[in-house]
Design a protein around this ligand. Structure first.
Ligand SMILES: Cc1ncc(COP(=O)(O)O)c(C=O)c1O
Length: 336
């Protein structure tokens, strides 16, 4: 049985989503005249409890537009040392916004501490960069950053004169895990980036939400980045469909990941951690390569980093595929 656990970005639009896209009412979004984009932006602003929102091509573009909206060239932003904006966005913040990251250590859950944030803020001095922005993330590699932690970190950031941006590529997963709305995390956050093309299953698109003045600056940044699209309501319609149909079901992905994790732990000898829809497995090093070959030969894909491999549950993974993964691991380790 084939099952692709590499990422929740791999989902393809279901027939009902394609129908919503095909029949969307559209206009020129650069003129602000695409009614479906406008509906999506209004809907996200409301869910996030923010004044305004902006539809962008991707999470990377949305985070970069946020950095451009918050920072001036030469400013510094404080960020977790394994967060996506720092590690996985091709240094766009440095290259295009001229803002340099100040990465600080995170714990095993991907969490920063308020004290570490406070300590990372520069003293005012002509020699130093100016600390301008605190960049948070939720989830971090599947790990939920609790509501009260995000609030404390954001309050610390504000207290130190920083703006606060949250990369919420998977904030809907965190909200589902905590059984709260996404707005619960956002009272003290200035801007949030929310991806539609991950657990929510849309083919593309991310929405940045925040106060009107910051979103106006991000709107200009989006143009600068080449992200002003025209009749893009066809994509926004996929996002609206995802909000209607694919938010409540995220808990299913989490339950499947948890079941797989429990079953793999029962095999013994494997390091297994799991948070929301992500599962991290560290096999004994001597078995790593053979295990990868075995899984691949059975049509089962993860991201086979060494020493720890990643499996992600999503819309395209059902119970049978989850069972197939567990059975394949079990067969491999039987007798070893
Ligand atoms: C935490 C996080 N932030 C941002 C992004 C960037 O999203 P995109 O791939 O749409 O640029 C990703 C992508 O996987 C991500 O995992």
């Amino acid at each position: 049985m084939n099952a692709d656990f590499r990422s929740d970005t791999l989902t393809v639009a279901a027939p009902a989503m394609r129908e919503a896209m095909a029949t969307a009412e559209v206009g020129d979004d650069v003129y602000g005249e695409d009614p479906t984009v406008n509906r999506l932006q209004d809907r996200i602003a409301e869910l996030a409890g923010k004044e305004a929102a902006l539809f962008l091509t991707s999470g990377t573009q949305s985070n970069l537009a946020a950095v451009l909206a918050h920072c001036r060239r030469g400013d510094e932003f404080i960020i977790g040392s394994n967060y996506h904006v720092y590690l996985n966005e091709a240094s766009g913040a440095a290259a295009f916004a001229g803002a340099s990251p100040w990465p600080i250590e995170v714990d095993a859950n991907g969490s920063l501490t308020p004290d570490a944030v406070r300590a990372a803020v520069r003293e005012p001095d002509q020699h130093h960069p100016e600390s301008r922005l605190l960049c948070l993330e939720n989830t971090v590699n599947g790990n939920v950053q609790p509501v009260d932690l995000i609030s404390k970190l954001a309050a610390t950031g504000h207290d130190c004169g920083l703006a606060v941006h949250l990369d919420g590529a998977r904030l809907f997963n965190a909200a589902a895990a905590c059984d709260v709305g996404i707005d619960a995390f956002l009272d003290d956050v200035d801007t949030v980036s929310l991806c539609l093309s991950k657990g929510l299953g849309a083919p593309a698109g991310t929405v940045l939400a925040g106060d009107r003045a910051t979103i106006d600056r991000a709107f200009r940044a989006r143009k600068m980045l080449g992200g002003g699209m025209r009749q893009v309501g066809h994509l926004a319609a996929a996002g609206l469909h995802a909000l209607d149909h694919n938010v409540d079901r995220l808990a299913e992905d989490h339950a499947r990941a948890e079941q797989i994790a429990e079953a793999l732990r029962a095999i013994g000898g494997l390091g297994v951690t799991q948070g929301t829809n992500m599962l991290w497995v560290t096999p004994p090093p001597e078995h790593h390569d053979d295990l990868v070959a075995h899984l691949e030969s059975e049509g089962l894909l993860g991201i086979f980093w060494k020493p720890t491999m990643r499996f992600v549950t999503h819309l395209g993974i059902d119970d049978e595929q989850a069972d197939a993964l567990v059975e394949s691991f079990t067969r491999f380790f039987a007798g070893r």
